[in-house]
Write a protein that binds this ligand. Structure first.
Ligand code: AGP
Length: 369
């Protein structure tokens, strides 16, 4: 077992560290030699079929659902197609409007999640084309979908998903670019810029991993609390949801992720002296707004850990601790900002003496509805 963990204490830590490789492998030959164009031979849709897509539904569970929330922003921004993201266990029961012009994207690490598979079948029954993003070649989801983008993260053993999530993000970036190339919705220079940004991500993840000790210290402080909040806006909110889930599932510390602008609509009542708040403020266009939300919690005594993009010195003035992620395009930040949150969950779980890789009550793959 030690060998399988390649010297790491837990599979989760090993898998967190495998992310640079997972990003590279998932991008692989899907960027052409120039590095500026996406080649997705596994997507069998013709340009006409792509042009006929009127709406996209992304359906998944848990962490894969959180990747789908990022996927929604990516596809809407790059391909300008309206996207809805649904939790698979809700999707079928809300009588979704699925037509042959709907592209349904199911996201599943295992490819065996019962609710996701049922959503896929419902989508097909309604005549939609189904594209799967999965980490397991030959899984049920992969077999039943029309198109399959495999995430090459390698086997994920820890119940808490890490490298599968970030590889799903990479798959969404590639797909978004591919749709945009076909539809001509963004200019080639921007496509090239995003593609270049993608290729720089693995190295940037490595630089975050090199600062694991800083996160460990924060995690040890956090682990003494029973409640905390994650806040952010836009893509930062999507990542906040994932950070909160990760922390809950393995540390058993209760946390809530909130869209920062929603705090004053109720949640602010829960902010009291000393409560930790993890604030993500990586999005330039939302930065000032997020800062004013941070001030709202600070004024009520919260202890704020801020995550921001490198080179931005402003956040340090309003929060108690900061952690900088390397600068990248705002669209690509989730692939970096989630990494400190994965480490936070890991070290908080460790500090609490929990079974990191096998949290109570949870299974790696949920094959019952
Ligand atoms: C993530 O840490 C969870 N263990 C869980 O939310 C998981 O992502 C979810 O059950 C979906 O699994 P899948 O990707 O294999 O479909």
């Amino acid at each position: 077992v030690t060998a399988e963990k390649a010297g790491f204490d837990h599979f989760m830590l090993k898998e967190i560290h495998e992310q640079p490789k997972a990003y590279r492998d998932t991008m692989g030959a899907r960027l052409d030699e120039s590095g500026k164009k996406v080649v997705l031979n596994e997507v069998g849709m013709t340009p006409e079929q792509i042009r006929a897509i009127r709406q996209v539904h992304i359906v998944a569970c848990g962490t894969a659902y959180h990747a789908g929330l990022v996927g929604k922003s990516v596809i809407e921004k790059l391909a300008r197609i309206p996207v809805e993201t649904d939790v698979a266990s809700e999707y079928r029961y809300r009588a979704p409007i699925i037509t042959p012009e709907t592209l349904v994207i199911v996201v599943s690490q295992s490819g065996e999640t019962a609710d996701t598979l049922a959503a896929l079948r419902e989508a097909k029954r309604c005549g939609a084309r189904v594209l799967a993003i999965t980490n397991v070649v030959g899984s049920s989801v992969a077999r039943e979908a029309d198109d399959v983008i495999v995430t090459w993260a390698g086997p994920e053993i820890a119940v808490a998903s890490t490298k599968a999530y970030t590889s799903q993000l990479i798959a969404f970036y590639l797909l978004g670019l591919y749709l945009a190339q076909t539809l001509g919705t963004v200019d080639e220079a921007y496509i090239a810029e995003v593609a270049a940004g993608l290729q720089e991500l693995p190295e940037k993840v490595e630089s975050i991993l090199a600062q694991a000790d800083t996160i460990k210290e924060i995690a040890e402080q956090v682990s003494t609390h029973d409640n905390l909040f994650f806040i952010g806006r836009g893509l930062d909110y999507a990542v906040a949801l994932e950070g909160s889930l990760k922390l809950k599932e393995i540390s058993y510390i209760h946390s809530e992720a909130y869209a920062a602008g929603e705090l004053k609509h109720g949640t602010l009542a829960l902010i009291e002296e000393g409560i930790p708040v993890i604030a993500l403020a990586t999005q330039d266009d939302l930065f000032e707004k997020t800062v004013s939300n941070i001030k709202e919690v600070k004024a009520r005594g919260a202890h704020v850990f801020g995550i921001h993009a490198e080179g931005d010195a402003e956040l340090a003035k309003v929060v108690d601790h900061t952690f900088a992620i390397p600068a990248t395009l705002p669209l690509l930040t989730p692939a970096l900002s989630v990494v400190p949150l994965q480490l936070l969950a890991y070290y908080a779980s460790l500090a609490r003496g929990n079974d990191v890789d096998k949290p109570r009550n949870l299974a790696k793959s949920v094959t019952v509805e």
